[in-house]
Ligand binder design. Structure first.
Ligand code: 13P
Length: 244
């Protein structure tokens, strides 16, 4: 089995001084792959200071260059040393109007320059309560597949992030999460991409990480709040290493 992958998503947090403290205390651990996705202005600082952690961004333009004020291209992210970029995070979908088609094109833009897109999928509370969790993830994945094609699928990471678990302190139960992950794995197998890593995200903390990561189809985590302090983030990386 490939080792677990733990990715921090700092969202709209950080500052030069606070970041220094993080980079001074965080570092590579044997037995786990780890990365942090920092805000654009801090990519260069992170690239210079990261010790053994991979670098990622939190979104990317679907466009390559030109008159797109405010956008940041995949080429620029690659230039700055990124390996990963998150696409389709539920906050981008809900707050910035990114639909399935945009998410697909952003994933394709990342893949074109050799970045690994971390494609986020997941249902809202209303969708879960209506019994539609699997259907929603399936629709979101099919939309990305339609743009990138089955061959490229092997080069993505998927993150299942139920919206109701994000920032709420209410992580999905391990069985609840595993059920969706198993469904996503089945979909991947059907596309000939069984080895794609499927991360869980939503209120992962040091004290629930090992339980979640021990599930057969949970290949690591996408961590929001608990990725801001090196101590918490490294504890989660340690949990991943311990179950790998
Ligand atoms: P929290 O870990 O803060 O719930 O955020 C999860 C998330 O959205 C990671 O992308």
């Amino acid at each position: 089995m490939t080792q677990k992958l733990v990715v921090g998503n700092w969202k709209l947090n950080g500052g030069l001084a606070a970041n220094e403290a993080f980079f001074g205390a965080a570092g590579a651990l044997a037995g786990v792959d780890a990365a942090v996705c920092v805000p654009f202005p801090y990519l260069a600082q992170a690239a210079a200071r990261l010790r053994g952690l991979a670098l990622g961004a939190q979104t990317v333009s679907e466009f390559q260059s030109g008159a797109y004020t405010g956008e940041v291209s995949a080429e620029m992210l690659a230039d700055l040393g990124c390996r990963y970029v998150i696409v389709g995070h539920s906050e981008r979908r809900a707050l910035f109007g990114e639909d399935d088609a945009v998410v697909g094109r952003k994933a394709a833009a990342a893949l074109r320059v050799g970045l690994t897109p971390i494609v986020c999928v997941g249902e809202s509370l209303a969708e879960r309560e209506a019994g539609r969790a699997l259907e929603v993830a399936g629709r979101q994945l099919d939309a990305v597949l339609a743009v990138i094609g089955a061959q490229a699928l092997a080069r993505v990471v998927i993150a299942y992030e139920p919206v109701w678990a994000i920032g709420t302190g209410r992580a999905a139960g391990v069985d609840e999460a595993q059920a969706v992950h198993a469904d996503i794995r089945g979909w991947l197998v059907g596309q000939g991409a069984a080895a794609v890593r499927v991360l869980y995200g939503g209120s992962v903390k040091a004290d629930n990480a090992a339980t979640l990561f021990a599930a057969p189809d949970i290949d690591g985590g996408l961590i929001g709040g608990a990725s801001l302090a090196a101590r918490d983030f490294m504890a989660i990386c340690q949990a991943a290493a311990s179950v790998a």
